[in-house]
Design a binder for this molecule. Structure first.
Ligand code: GLA
Length: 740
């Protein structure tokens, strides 16, 4: 039986109908239809006659006066599939013969596991709605949160599940949201990888059945990333409809993309139900992560431009000095000592590198692993966060003072959630790690994972980081996380409750990051996990940048950077120039090629600059200066992937355009010229057709055969030609276009 709508709902409907353009959410009480409008997007769902919340539409924005008919459940297909199973629900409980992926599955104390959620009430919020559902018989309440960004039309959806029964209830599966699409030919785009090989764009037709992308590892993972894009038909950079989404969660997660027997597609994502079980005592609630979702009619390029802008404006944190600004500030150009010195850091050695770095025009000097405890290699020291007295007999202050005197700020590597068994911390608190009593403790990189879900571990980690930041003038932390979970026990809790670790670990991680930022409002943080193992919209709320991969090979990076930008803004994509031949692929490339590859993102230098020739130092200095001039355009502009480096492409090219269209930057790369083939003419995008733009080379090579100035229309219609001598192996070129 459908519950009657409350007086507040009717009032809300009347208020919203009086200002249809200004309200992000509206409700039609006659048809019982909710509608969210933002940017070029409308999202619509209704209460069907059974009382279920049924998705009606997600796509291009429809007319303000367009009325959606009331939700009507899909029919029973046969005696095998009832209407509950076939109807696309906003948040389906597992019960009543549901065989599709449920949003929520619970077990009650008496053994009942049937859950059917019906609409109860709703309230308006500043930028959306809260809709309350309740089980048909039991006191389980689910509040669905909807917020829509008025500019991008990106929705933020999550759920709060509350137990008002008198007995505990175990949540066995909880999604943040389910998204539905009507029958059509679709392609799924998602990101896969491995350590040192992250960010592969994987594309496949959606077929009947389910494709599961997930992490069971306790953190986001290198192997799959919680982002998806579903394209109508074949994927295209510039054309066609795209529905995309990203989960804001850095623990175990799962996204299930399912085409059911009636060809409808449902994308359900949230906590990974594998080994999951969250006991809700009477009165307790569980809040899911947020699942963001957007729509673009302009291909995968259009989708990523919306997402980049949304991340810059609404996800990434601000420091005290950038509070209230539309975008965070572009990342300082860093020097990082890791590939130069590995664990062999010392006061004198780091000071010498700092001098070299300052001479190149570096903004931030970062000392990596090796400075603390008894850390000579990766066998010892993690957990003991005191400054190693042999390597730094006077503490960090002399080095930090030196770095400041050279005009740079100072950053430091930490790996707070980890411990080596060979450490004072582990000797004192062997019970602090994730473990099952009496079982082996599997080490990876000779380390174990501290159980951050424990309040004492939370306090220890927050305490030492706070002390480190209080005692030293540190502008930046590179926060690393170099293994995944094993034996994820939490033996402080009763057996039935130990699986809470999947939620509380990640929540405590966020809480520590948030509290550190509150106490040290100008500190910036990088999320690193042996490269790109912890990159998602959850961690991005608390960290300013990420380390996409330990693989810094400049050619491999082109494809990784291409893949990365489908989901994440180049602003957070740190990219270091390292030594050649490269340690991983043994590939030899010129410094200019390495520099230009890294300049596609947020530039850093990670080479052993002590060994650079004066010529190399001069090249790097010149290109860092050139980069500084155009950096906001590159990392915060609208990105067009002109030629993809994927699938063995001989060429690749990207272009970014400042939001005001006053400047654009173009990068072009050749893998290896074959049969003397010239570089394809690049038809630029996103410029103001009526404006005049002057073209200049960023790497300082005068280029013939292209006008020095032409209209936006010329660059977009005729295109940009490379020099005929732009041929060879691992060649790179970069241009800027400035509005006259
Ligand atoms: C990880 C990081 C590297 C470096 C090392 C230090 O692998 O990704 O950049 O910091 O740890 O041990």
């Amino acid at each position: 039986m459908l519950k009657t709508f409350s007086a507040t709902s009717l009032l809300l409907a009347v208020t919203l109908m009086a200002h249809p353009q200004s309200a992000p959410a509206s409700f039609d009480p006659a048809a019982k239809v909710f509608r969210l409008d933002g940017g070029g997007v409308s999202y619509v769902f209704g209460v069907n006659p059974r009382g279920e919340l049924q998705q009606l539409y997600w796509g291009g924005r429809v007319g303000a006066a367009d009325a959606f008919p009331a939700a009507a459940p899909l029919r029973e297909w046969a005696s095998f599939d009832n209407s509950y199973n076939n109807t696309p629900q906003e948040y389906a409980g597992w019960g009543a013969g549901l065989f599709a992926e449920p949003a929520l599955k619970v077990s009650f104390a008496d053994g009942n596991r049937d859950l059917v959620l019906h609409y109860q009430s709703h309230t308006a919020t500043a930028n959306g709605l809260n809709v309350v559902l309740k089980d048909v018989a039991r006191e389980i309440y689910v509040t669905l949160h909807y917020a829509i960004d008025p500019e991008s039309g990106i929705l933020a959806r999550s759920a709060t599940i509350q137990n008002r029964e008198s007995q505990p209830v175990t949540v066995e599966q909880a999604a943040a949201a389910a998204w539905s699409l009507p029958p059509a030919h679709y392609t799924l785009n998602y990101l896969t990888g491995r350590w040192a090989g992250e960010w592969t764009l994987t594309q496949e037709a959606i077929h009947p059945g389910a494709r599961v992308i997930e992490s069971r590892r306790g953190s986001t993972g290198h192997q799959a990333n919680p982002w998806f894009a579903v394209t109508a038909g074949e994927p295209d950079e510039d054309h066609g409809e795209v529905w995309f989404g990203a989960l804001g969660w850095s623990g175990s997660w799962r996204i299930t993309v399912e085409q059911d027997q009636l060809d409808e597609v449902r994308v359900t994502g949230g906590f990974n139900p594998f080994d999951f079980g969250y006991v809700l005592h009477p009165g307790e609630s569980l809040e899911t992560p947020i699942f963001y979702g957007g729509y673009s009619p302009n291909g995968l390029g259009g989708a990523s431009r919306l997402l980049h802008r949304f991340e810059l404006e609404h996800i990434l944190p601000r420091t005290a000095s950038t509070a209230g600004q539309a975008f965070p500030k572009p990342r300082p150009v860093i020097y990082n000592s890791w590939e130069a010195t590995e664990f062999h850091v010392s006061e004198a050695g780091q000071m010498a590198l700092a001098e070299k770095a300052a001479a190149l025009g570096i903004d931030r000097f970062v000392m990596d692993d090796g400075w603390f405890g008894q850390r000579k290699d990766d066998h010892a020291g993690l957990g003991d966060w005191y400054v190693n007295p042999e390597k730094f007999p006077h503490g960090l202050k002399p080095l930090i003072d030196k770095v400041h005197a050279l005009g740079m700020d100072f950053g430091l590597w930490v790996e707070p959630e980890m411990v080596n068994p060979d450490s004072d911390l582990y000797r004192k608190h062997p019970d602090w790690v994730l473990n099952f009593p009496g079982r082996p403790r599997t080490e990876q990189r000779n380390q174990l994972v501290l159980n951050l879900a424990r309040p004492d571990v939370h306090d220890y980690v927050l305490g030492f980081l706070d002390k480190l930041l209080n005692e030293n003038d540190i502008a930046f932390l590179k926060w690393d996380y170099n293994r995944n979970w094993s034996e994820p026990g939490w033996d402080q809790l009763p057996a039935a409750e130990q699986k809470r670790v999947y939620v509380e670990f990640t929540r405590n991680l966020y809480a520590i990051l948030a509290e550190l930022r509150r106490r040290h409002p100008n500190v910036e943080i990088e999320s690193c996990s042996g490269g790109g193992g912890r990159v998602d919209l959850g961690i991005m709320r608390y960290t300013d940048e990420v380390w996409p991969s330990d693989n810094t090979d400049p050619f491999d990076r082109l494809a990784m950077q291409d893949g990365f930008t489908y989901a994440y803004t180049p602003q957070i994509m740190m990219a270091w120039v390292t030594d050649s031949p490269h340690w991983f692929n043994k590939r030899t490339t010129s410094l200019a090629y390495r520099m230009l590859s890294s300049m596609q993102g947020s530039l850093g230098i990670g080479a052993n600059i002590a060994n650079w020739t004066p010529d190399e130092a001069a090249t790097a200095k010149r290109l860092i200066a050139a980069y500084h001039q155009v950096q906001p355009t590159i990392v915060q502009g609208d990105l067009y992937r002109l030629i993809s480096p994927r699938n063995g492409s001989e060429f690749s090219a990207t272009q970014t355009v400042r939001p005001d269209k006053n400047q654009s930057v173009v990068f072009a790369f050749i893998h290896s010229t074959q049969e003397g083939r010239g570089f394809p003419r690049l038809k630029l995008k996103g410029l103001d057709p009526a404006a005049e733009y002057a073209l200049s080379s960023i790497e300082g090579k005068p280029r013939a055969g292209t006008p020095a100035q032409a209209s936006g229309a010329w660059w977009m219609s005729h295109g940009l030609d490379m020099d005929d001598d732009f041929r060879g192996d691992f060649q790179a070129a970069a241009f800027r276009l400035d509005r006259k």
